[in-house]
Write a protein of this length. Structure first.
Length: 189
C-alpha cells in the first residue's frame, strides 16, 4: 500500500538544496503548469514558452541556495521565469518599436464592458500583441514592474516604456471593442 503525504515547501527547498532529484521533480510537477502560463505570456508560441520554462527551472535549481525565504517561494520562481523570458527576448534580438512618450498623442478613451470578458479571452489578446508591446504590458500590468525598472531591464528609456504600454493598451482596446461588436452582432443576429 502506497500512502503519500503532502510535502511542505520547506521539505522541497531542503531537498532541492541538497540536490535530491525526487524533490526537484516534485517541485517541477507542482509548479510547472502555473509557470508555463507565465512563460506563455511572454513567448511567441507554446514551444518557445516550454523552452523558457525549461531554462527557468535549470536556473531555479542552480540558484536555489540564493532563495532567502523572504516572500513566497512561488513568487521567487515566477521572477526567475520572467527574467528568463526577458533574456530569451533579448537573445533573439527582437527589436522594440520604441517611440518616446513625448511623441504619443492622447487618444480619447472609449469604454467597453469588462464584465463580458473572460480571462482566457484577455490572455489570448495579450499573447497576440507584438513582441515589445507584449513584453512591456506584461511587465507593467501583470508583474507590477515600474517604468523605471522596465527601462533598466530592457535598456530603454522610461518614456519608451510608457509609450510601449500606451500603444499596447490602445491595440488591446481596439481588439476588445471589435470583439464586443462581434458578440453584439451575434447576439442580435
Amino acid at each position: 500500500m502506497n500512502i503519500s503525504r503532502k510535502v511542505t515547501v520547506e521539505e522541497l527547498l531542503d531537498g532541492c538544496r541538497r540536490g535530491d532529484r525526487r524533490k526537484q521533480e516534485l517541485l517541477y510537477k507542482q509548479t510547472a503548469s502555473k509557470m508555463l502560463g507565465v512563460c506563455m505570456r511572454y513567448a511567441r508560441d507554446k514551444y518557445e514558452a516550454e523552452d523558457i520554462l525549461q531554462m527557468g527551472f535549470v536556473k531555479v535549481f542552480q540558484k536555489i541556495n540564493e532563495f532567502k525565504e523572504q516572500g513566497s517561494f512561488e513568487g521567487w520562481i515566477r521572477r526567475i521565469m520572467v527574467n528568463t523570458a526577458i533574456e530569451v527576448f533579448r537573445k533573439n534580438q527582437r527589436l522594440l518599436n520604441v517611440v518616446d512618450i513625448d511623441e504619443v498623442f492622447d487618444v480619447p478613451q472609449e469604454m467597453f464592458d469588462m464584465n463580458k470578458l473572460e480571462t482566457e479571452d484577455l490572455l489570448r489578446l495579450i499573447r497576440h500583441l507584438s513582441g515589445g508591446y507584449k513584453l512591456v504590458f506584461n511587465l507593467y500590468a501583470i508583474e507590477g514592474y515600474s517604468h523605471k525598472e522596465i527601462a533598466e531591464k530592457l535598456g530603454i528609456t522610461e518614456g519608451a516604456s510608457k509609450s510601449q504600454l500606451s500603444r499596447a493598451r490602445a491595440v488591446l482596446k481596439d481588439k476588445l471593442l471589435k470583439m464586443e461588436g462581434a458578440q453584439h452582432a451575434n447576439y442580435v443576429g
